[in-house]
Design a protein around this ligand. Structure first.
Ligand code: UD1
Ligand code: UDP
Length: 373
């Protein structure tokens, strides 16, 4: 029998990080002919991940343009990936998460009537515009999918609530934890972790969400600047997303301060190791809410909603929004109240045992056993 052609498609940094362990696992299977398509929705930030995990894509749509809109991304991915599907006719397409690459690639696979496996299925805020456009990207992708790889039992519950078939949903854990097995190292060192001595408390900050661009982001940056001013033992590390709307504002509000490091995006090995050695992380990222709980780092989430309630229930994650005073107060409390800090730093990782990729691959093999025999 011919090998099964399983085609993974992704385009942004977080999708690449969380698909990489799965691609490695697929590559180790004798029954599988794995194909990798990148859309290039991100360019530099995607390439950093491909380099680290040594993944050489079979196709690269290279769609990114400065100031790209969600209309641009959707139409370029739909057409470009559609052409690849017509040529390659894979047995299954795997998509990840909730980006516009994810949704448009799933749509293209649906138009070609190719089964779709959705990795990180079932995350929900139930709020159409928060996060935007990710909430509807993931809902629409789940509507198009045939197999659901839900990271937690709560995400499975969300899918059942939408009447997705019970026997198509598998709770696997999150492949983010698998990826950390490749990246985290006890002996890791970086000069940014030793600047100004070892008694410094380092706050890691990332921000990029579309709904936070502009005033909400400016409010948060102002609060961070005030924290750096008021707490002399605090340093801020801010790897700036490549989006100019983030970088320009960060430089304007946070620039020219010796205790605020505005740096280029770290590669994932640097980022996750630095994260594990920071005191607190402030972020609007999805993936970082999954990684920090297993590293014992308290997470303050710069958003009003989260599709990842597990970290909040575990106690490591707190939703604080983007109001200047509320952000200042939340950070200041964690810097001054050691029992509150310890409570948040000693919670459990709700995202599995780092074997999600293995589970996903065995479900795919089983799916074809059922459908071919
Ligand atoms: C995208 C996803 C978001 C995800 C995020 C992860 C959509 C609509 N948004 O948002 O769900 O959380 O990625 O980071 O799918 N840029 C570069 N080089 C890069 C990457 C980005 O120059 O390597 C710049 C470009 O100017 C680009 C802009 O950043 O136009 C925004 O990128 P885009 O992918 O449209 O949106 P993100 O905010 O990154
Ligand atoms: N990350 C990275 N370098 C950085 C910042 C983040 O490698 O400078 C990683 C981080 O470990 C996580 C992912 O990028 O796995 C999160 O990406 P992002 O916040 O851009 O997207 P989201 O998860 O919000 O979709």
């Amino acid at each position: 029998m011919d090998k099964l052609k399983i085609m993974s498609v992704f385009g942004t940094r977080p999708e690449a990080i969380k698909m990489a362990p799965l691609i490695k696992e697929l590559q180790s299977q004798t029954w599988c002919d794995p194909k990798v398509v990148v859309t290039g929705q991100h360019r530099e930030m995607l390439d950093q991940v491909l380099d680290i995990f040594d993944i050489d894509p079979d196709y690269d749509l290279n769609i990114m343009s400065q100031g790209q809109t969600i209309f641009d991304i959707t139409s370029r991915v739909l057409n470009g990936f559609g052409d690849i599907l017509k040529k390659e006719n894979p047995d299954m397409v795997l998509v990840h998460g909730d980006t516009t690459t994810t949704f448009a690639a799933a749509m293209a696979a649906f138009y070609c009537q190719i089964p779709i496996g959705h990795v990180e299925a079932g995350l929900r805020t139930w709020n159409k515009y928060s996060p935007f456009p990710e909430e509807m990207n993931r809902q629409m992708t789940d509507d198009l999918s045939d197999l659901y790889f839900a990271p937690t039992s709560q995400s499975k519950e969300n899918l059942l609530r939408e009447n997705k078939a019970d026997d198509a949903i598998y709770v696997t854990g999150n492949t983010a934890i698998d990826a950390m097995k490749f990246t985290i190292s006890e002996n890791y060192q970086n000069p940014i972790l030793s600047s100004n001595g070892s008694s410094v408390r380092r706050l890691l900050v990332t921000m990029h969400r579309r709904e936070n661009l502009g005033t909400p982001m400016e409010n948060v940056f102002t609060a961070i600047k005030e924290i750096a001013h008021d707490f002399e033992d605090v340093e801020i590390i801010f790897p700036m997303h490549k989006n100019p709307a983030v970088r320009d504002l960060a430089k304007k509000v946070l620039g020219n301060n010796t205790r605020i490091h505005l740096v280029e995006p770290f590669d994932v090995v640097d980022f996750q190791n630095i994260l594990s050695r920071c005191h607190i992380v402030l972020t609007d990222s999805g993936g970082i809410q999954e990684e920090a709980p297993s590293l014992g780092v308290p997470v303050l989430v710069l958003r009003d909603t989260t599709e990842r309630p597990e970290g909040i229930q575990a106690g490591t994650v707190k939703l604080i929004g983007t109001n200047r005073k509320l952000v200042y107060d939340a950070v200041s409390t964690l810097l001054t109240d050691s029992s509150e800090y310890d409570r948040m730093a000693h919670a459990e990782n709700p995202y599995g045992d780092g074997k999600a990729s293995k589970k996903i691959v065995s479900v795919i093999a089983e799916y074809f056993e059922k459908h071919i025999h």
